[in-house]
Design a protein around this ligand. Sequence first.
Ligand SMILES: *Cc1c(COP(=O)(O)O)cnc(C)c1O
Length: 385
Amino acid sequence: MLKGTFPLEKLKALPTPFYYYNIELLKETLNIVKTEAGKYNYQVHYAVKANANPRILSVIAGSGLGADCVSGGEIEASLKAGFPADKIVFAGVGKADWEIETGLDNDISCFNVESAAELRIINEIAVAKGKVAPIALRINPEVDAHTHAKITTGMKENKFGINLGQLSQVLDILLQMSHVRLTGIHFHIGSQITDLSSFQALAIRSNEIQEELEARGIRVENLNFGGGLGIDYYHPNHLPVATFDNYFAVIHRLLKLREGQQVHFEPGRSIVAQCGSLLSKVLYVKEGETKQFVILDAGFTELIRPAMYDAYHRIENLSSDEAVEVYDVVGPICESSDVFGKEVELNRTRRGDLLALRSAGAYGEVMASQYNCRKLPASCFSDTI
Ligand SMILES: *Cc1c(COP(=O)(O)O)cnc(C)c1O
């Protein structure tokens, strides 16, 4: 069984469970993103919600990417990590007043606005501060992302964005406001999208929307296609970097840009997923009547994706090269959903073995909880361990 490369002896000495981040892989991924986006002069803002570990944020800030935030706390974390305010955009369907104030006080580059109701509050707060808020309207493009229902966002029934049928009305409202300025349009259709035809459909839909806007005499400065590019959870060792080349090329081929317009992207998962693994020790191997269970010291409190999204994570036993057997790999939490994988092939596993749950750098550590009074997981990094 081919396994990832880990500094095993050093990792074995650490208390489990914890997150291990391969910083070289993160940097290589960032280089590829910059090279591929650079071919078309596309601007990339990293979606902070995928992983807000301060060290990870500072490596990403250091690479020159911007930050896409979905809360006031993320704006604060991004500023602290070194992202310049003029490279921070702020999205989210429910921005609280203090979060809007945080954005305005720091002069962030854009508020991605999801409703007329929100627009009114941003304008009101901007009036009080004597500032003008730059606005991109998040439009629900009614494009199917062909991904898990819990991470689809671009359909009519989703809570996100302004529906196409209401766009004209929202523009009427916006254009009458004194302290907001329309700078762009924004889309985000979902996550873990591996079928690039969804992005083709999005580029075509955005061309149609641009025509509608131009018919009203509006030309925006920015077109933002959000995030969503998927990664290969099944082959983290063979395909550690997402298909950024095809992704940007698909948009470039179909998008009709007007002069001076800039294109923005907000990848989260595709930047950080593959560099992270959750490391956990085996507490017990429990022989059931029909199954063998590997019971780990990590549970959904450390990695909730399998319980929440039925997500697959490849699991490797770093301590064993013995013949492969089949196990259900579970955590210690008192919930039946605390299962990392059923019928998982692992090298013969014993108490004390160190297991790696791969591709866990995105929506892993950042979603950890203290349920069952557990401690939040620690993290360590390949270049400082
Ligand atoms: C979650 C999110 C992203 C990032 O999505 P990924 O699938 O992790 O790339 C980008 N933009 C917005 C508005 C989001 O909510």
